[in-house]
Design a protein around this ligand. Structure first.
Ligand SMILES: [Zn+2]
Length: 299
């Protein structure tokens, strides 16, 4: 059935005005208006450069950043942030596992509380039914879908089961609180610890200079336990990450001090080995001071 035209005014009230609109016409008109606004803005600011220091690119119309920096702002919460290098996160995970075992021996109650928070934010919502999507950017819906997927991994195909490939490519076990906790702490400590990021994936070393960027890295670390993220889930990563950052702040400050001490010891040991070998390599010092309190995040 062809789409019916609809009028936006009562009959007889639209004399002298264009009479009929379809959704396609309205959409096209909005597109034309946006293009006109962009062209006017560009004429007004012909030589405006990106707001990032030392970036010499021209800005996108109606925006403070050039196209690549704007893309990073949308996907990672800051124009300087980016994906975390997997190698650095793996190194941090090894430290987190050691520190976690130590803290479990010292203060089991704190660890239980932290796991309970992860259980409440990550695991439990995955067993609830997904609420229907009500708006174009329905964050609660996106997040519920992702958390549901973490608890209901797809079954591997018989062909994959026969070859054993599913063990590498498929996740068949639901995500539990401990696994999520380790992923959260590894990503979080990698973003905030000086000298923890050594690599530069995609050509640029990411810098996590805003609370939102840190929260998005934390949320992404959890959701990435399933699959590679799509761009539309950026909203879900920010929502999940900010909840986790708020709930796990006390645990983080304890872990951070222990990880920093561990890294400093590693540096010292490496320096001793180098000295014994007669090498004189200068490395950047790792700051040893513990954080004064849980960091305060505002959005
Ligand atoms: Zn730029």
């Amino acid at each position: 059935m062809p789409r019916r035209h609809f009028t936006n005014r009562a009959p007889g009230q639209n004399r002298g005005r264009p009479r009929l609109y379809t959704p396609e016409v309205i959409k096209q008109r909005q597109r034309d208006q946006l293009a006109a606004r962009k062209a006017a803005w560009k004429a007004e600011h012909p030589e405006k450069l990106c707001a990032v220091v030392r970036c010499r690119e021209a800005v996108k119309p109606l925006c403070d950043y050039c196209s690549p920096h704007h893309a990073r702002l949308v996907a990672h919460g800051s124009p300087l942030a980016g994906p975390l290098p997997a190698r650095d996160v793996r190194r941090m995970t090894a430290r987190v596992l050691v520190v976690l075992t130590k803290i479990e021996q010292i203060d089991a109650e704190l660890v239980t509380l932290a796991f309970a928070a992860v259980e409440r934010i990550v695991v439990a919502p995955g067993h609830q039914p997904v609420p229907p999507r009500t708006a174009r950017k329905d964050v609660a819906h996106f997040l519920a879908v992702e958390l549901h997927r973490l608890q209901h991994p797809p079954a591997a195909s018989p062909a994959a089961l026969a070859t054993g490939r599913h063990e590498r490519h498929w996740r068949t076990e639901p995500v539990d609180a401990r696994e999520a906790f380790v992923a959260i702490m590894s990503a979080w400590l990698t973003t905030i610890t000086p000298n923890a990021i050594s690599g530069a994936p995609h050509g640029v070393r990411p810098v996590f200079d805003s609370p939102k960027a840190i929260a998005m890295a934390v949320g992404r670390a959890v959701l990435m336990l399933r699959l590679r993220l799509e761009k539309t889930r950026c909203l879900a990563t920010a929502a999940l990450g900010s909840q986790l950052v708020e709930a796990l702040a006390p645990m983080l400050s304890l872990m951070q001090s222990k990880v920093l001490r561990m890294m400093a010891r590693g540096e010292k040991r490496a320096a001793t080995i180098r000295r014994k070998r007669g090498e004189t390599l200068v490395t950047a010092p790792v700051p040893e001071e513990a954080p004064t309190g849980p960091p305060v995040f505002t959005f």
